[in-house]
Write a protein that binds this ligand. Sequence first.
Ligand code: NAD
Ligand code: GLY
Length: 376
Amino acid sequence: MTSHNSVHIKLAKHTYDVVIADGLLTQAAPLIVPFLPRRQTVVITDETVAQLHLPLLQKTLSDAGIASQVLILPAGEQTKNLANLERLLHFLADARIERTDAILALGGGVIGDMVGFAAAILRRGCQFIQIPTTLLAQVDSSVGGKTAINLPQGKNLVGAFHQPRLVLADTQMLTTLPRRELLAGYAEVAKYGLINDPAFFDWCEGNAPALIAGDKPAQIYAIEKSVRAKADIVAQDETETLGIRALLNLGHTFGHALEAETGYTDALLHGEGVAIGMVMAFQYSAAKSYCSPADAQRVQSHFSGLGMKTTRAEVTNASGSRLVEHMLQDKKRQSGTLPFLLARGIGKTYLDTSVDLTDIAAFLDGHSPQSSNIPE
Ligand code: NAD
Ligand code: GLY
């Protein structure tokens, strides 16, 4: 195998590798085979990825003498629903998948989240391997073991923590990804800098255009850096009970409200919502004097400079109180309060449990929230 980068994820009860390389899929058999004791598997993918990348994976498998059956689901967020989960479970049961057979998830976060959840509940837990094909999935959703499907009432409402056995991130997959999807995934890359690594945000400011234009060393560096950052946080709080993993949700509460308002459609991609959400989190923090207006401006300028949307007005005219209604479905809500990820500066994100939702609604409507003293 030619050179590749590898991040070893070490959690309390699970360890696995995230392998990152350009052209990895053609050479992936030796990595996958140890997880296929019967030398057979199933591949779950979506219609778009099936056209573009399934033949390569099938060739890699068949060249290694591995038999595979394939289920191709529709592409897009709407696929992550109960009806498709049922279809997937029937397919896996018909294929007589055993607990020790690894199921292969070839696709973006939608396929990865759904397959991971099916693997978590089929026979009370089967193995699965993530082969993420979007930047978002390579830097975020394929790592850390959050799996879920959506309900009409909200996003990711039914799910489980279930870690993959292996993650294979091949940057060749990104060559077919539309620029809009790359940018949406890039928001999750920049997020790691904004959370706790100001030097990485500096790197992002200098290198994002090259990364988006397809520069492989920049992509591989950003993916490895992101995976390491996520692994570090997940290792401290795998099931998001200590307020540490919650940091990964920077921008997500605002972003999910916008996604809900736009019906989880192509009108707003997940990563696009996260980018706007991160801008809002910094702007709200600046309005409360928690961080400087210059930091908030720097975050907005970064995303808008790449051609991304950074304001609610570019997405919806919905009122602040309507968006707050959507936030009330958030899984992080506890005893009626909703913790918010706010910032004391670039790379200084923190969890604030004292945010007043009336204040958030006023802020979303363009009114200045009540200024507070800078918290300790
Ligand atoms: P996605 O899986 O819908 O992929 C986006 C689009 O790109 C789809 O139309 C897909 O068919 C297409 N596509 C995928 N790979 C391609 C390729 N190589 N070339 C061309 N087109 C390709 O969406 P996503 O952005 O990858 O993931 C979003 C999902 O991930 C959301 O459901 C979100 O909730 C979830 N998510 C989960 C976690 C987690 O920790 N589990 C984290 C972040 C996001
Ligand atoms: N994407 C957030 C998390 O994995 O916790």
